[in-house]
Design a protein around this ligand. Sequence first.
Ligand code: CP
Ligand code: NVA
Length: 337
Amino acid sequence: MGIDLKGRHFLTLLDYTPQEIRFLLDLAARLKALKKAGTPHRYLTGKNVALLFEKTSTRTRCAFEVAGMDLGMGVTFLDPGSSQMGKKESIPDTARVLGRMYDGIEYRGFSQQIVEELAQYAGVPVWNGLTDQFHPTQMLADLLTIEEKLGRLAGVKFTYMGDARNNMGNSLMIACAKMGLHFTACAPQALFPAQELVDKARAIAQATGGSVRLTSDVSQGVTGADVLYTDIWVSMGEPDEIWEKRIALLKPYQVNRRAMEMAGEQAIFMHCLPSFHDLKTTIAQDIYRKFGLTEMEVADQVFESPQSVVFDEAENRMHTIKAVMLATLAHPQAYQG
Ligand code: CP
Ligand code: NVA
């Protein structure tokens, strides 16, 4: 039987098999080709989706909006200040109301339990647009980008440097394990992912031919890596006071010229963005005034180098999110063959 994801939620890649992830990546590549060729693909005309954001966003919001409109859907964006959710109306009640009006709901916010509760009550597919624990739509974009740039997923040596127990560290470890990559978290021990999740990832990797390694040694972590990946040192929702401690912990794990050289010429640099690689933002200015740093998780020289694929990666957010919405809102007969 072929793969049919209609009616499924998309909350974490833990819920998806490698075959289902493969299906979504292939669908995204096809949708990308249609978009590049200017071929309309309004497979979901007449449907409507709601985008609920309790944290800020550029890429995820725009990707859902453009993807939804390309598929022929109506799209409603709700920001933290403009819905009753959480303050006057519970998650189960919000889910049941939106589920009566919309065909699918995207949620970005805090705990994974919130998006799970929405999914439990909505009666329509719910997509996780980032929680404190996971960022699964970003994973599909990252996998598609790696495959486009390196021509393969299985066997790729992938190193994540930075806060390895945030949503990106957790999600990348699972995504790599699912698709047979060799994942290394290169981070201070205090920021290693939770042991329970590491155990899960290792069990998955055993079946796919991948592997999961944790190290605090930069040279060990980056030498020979095909992909060096990093993320901001303090995530949305974390208190400002944490910056000082985080900088002290993560400064040695900056992706700079030396790290790229240790990885080798074949290596690509990736980042989910936004990134603090220069002083052109208010937060970066503030950190510069307090701590004297001119760049943080990635050196500007690396961010702007030919090895950096961050903007291809950002574009792929749209193509992959389109694949997720299409696959979970329609049977394959509606969009294949
Ligand atoms: N990478 C990512 O999720 O970006 P936004 O926060 O801009 O959506
Ligand atoms: N770890 C970051 C990811 C942003 C896409 C955050 O949660 O802020």
